[in-house]
Ligand binder design. Structure first.
Ligand SMILES: Nc1ncnc2c1ncn2[C@@H]1O[C@H](COP(=O)(O)OP(=O)(O)OP(=O)(O)O)[C@@H](O)[C@H]1O
Ligand SMILES: [Mg+2]
Length: 334
């Protein structure tokens, strides 16, 4: 029974933040799910609501002044929206591990990495010092930090950027989470190191049988790692689909635009990446109808520019588009 149930099921999640002009909706009716042993990527340009969606699901927007005005986030059968701080604290760190985009969870320069990971294990698992240290070393070993027992005694500044990111992953997986939420974990790294980190994440996902919810604005990264993809634009999901389907036959003009902006795709086709024209829609002035319509070459006045655009079933995925242009010619390269 539980095996059929998604591990994380987000439905209609809506989040607002205060602004000088009142509350703005920065996550609007977002729905998607993450299965067991699954790797789901959320992709979209900066400000589309990727981080806030996942933070809201685990109770991390209220401390920043945000509020969840609608929706549900069921994790392993338990509702997280409105759950007590005690419950959320227990789930975060134990069942859900995080690697954050923001440096808020970055490493403390004053303690060795082993001490910091062991502290997390002690706090969440109630392990003894000795057990917690052994778990920390094991976690560092899992992310392929050589001589883990010795390196556990080193301080964060003694690691390179890529190695520090491995330490962050080790900390996030040390308690054996069912779900790892990784928010742009490789964005600051160069391409070769990024590729190694993605390999480590894929390997861990299989070894530990956990699921990964991976946030990125880079479709190249999505192609490397995702089983299914959620594309966000203007606080909404505009398309979601199994990764193979999304890359072979994108349905939303925005998804297509993201693909054509990829350097890998442009290189294969022998031209420069094609940037999506115009600027990203903003929460204080969402366009009427489809929020992408001012930037869309397929826009039709009327269907695309009035009312609000529903998200409807499309093959094995979901699509928010009135025109549904024929984009069936695959983008290739991937
Ligand atoms: N603490 C906050 N207070 C007010 N507004 C916020 C806060 N955090 C995020 N927002 C707003 O919510 C919207 C969505 O932000 P979010 O961080 O989820 O974007 P994102 O898709 O993760 O972008 P990026 O790729 O830059 O990380 C943005 O318009 C942002 O300005
Ligand atoms: Mg973000």
């Amino acid at each position: 029974m539980t095996a059929d149930r998604p591990l994380l099921d987000i439905k209609g999640l809506t989040v607002q933040f205060p602004s000088p002009n009142g509350f703005l909706t920065v996550v609007d009716d977002v729905s998607f799910s993450v299965g067991r042993n699954d790797i789901v990527c959320i992709v979209g340009e900066s400000g589309s609501g990727k981080s806030v969606t996942t933070q809201a699901a685990v109770g991390l927007v209220q401390p920043k002044g945000g509020r969840v005005t609608a929706g549900s986030a069921m994790f392993d059968g338990q509702e997280l929206i409105g759950a007590s701080n005690r419950t959320l604290n227990r789930i975060r760190g134990n069942d859900i591990g995080f690697i954050f985009q923001e440096p808020m969870s970055s490493l403390n320069p004053a303690y060795t990495v082993g001490e910091q990971i062991a502290e997390v294990v002690r706090r969440h698992r109630g392990a003894s010092r000795k057990e917690a240290w052994a778990t920390a070393v094991q976690a560092l070993d899992r992310v392929h930090i050589a001589s883990a027992a010795t390196r556990a005694e080193a301080y964060p500044h003694q690691f390179s950027g890529g190695m520090r990111q491995r330490v962050m992953i080790a900390m996030a997986i040390a308690c054996g989470p069912k779900l790892l939420i990784a928010d742009e974990p490789t964005t600051a790294l160069d391409v070769t190191i990024q590729a190694r980190i993605l390999e480590v994440l894929k390997e861990l996902q299989q070894e530990l049988g956990m699921s990964v919810l991976f946030i990125t604005h880079d479709l190249g990264v999505v192609a490397e790692i995702a089983r299914s993809v959620v594309v966000m634009y203007g606080a909404q999901v505009v398309e979601s689909a199994p990764a193979a389907q999304l890359f072979a036959a994108p349905r939303h003009p925005y998804t297509r635009g993201l693909l054509e902006a990829m350097p890998q795709v442009a290189l294969e086709r022998g031209h420069d990446p094609i940037a999506i024209p115009g600027t990203v829609a903003q929460a204080h002035a969402w366009p009427k109808g489809c929020r992408f319509n001012p930037r869309c070459i397929y826009r039709q006045d009327g269907p695309c520019t009035t009312g609000s655009m529903p998200l409807t079933a499309e093959g094995a995925g979901l699509l928010r588009c009135a025109v549904r242009p024929d984009l069936s010619q695959g983008v290739g390269a991937l």
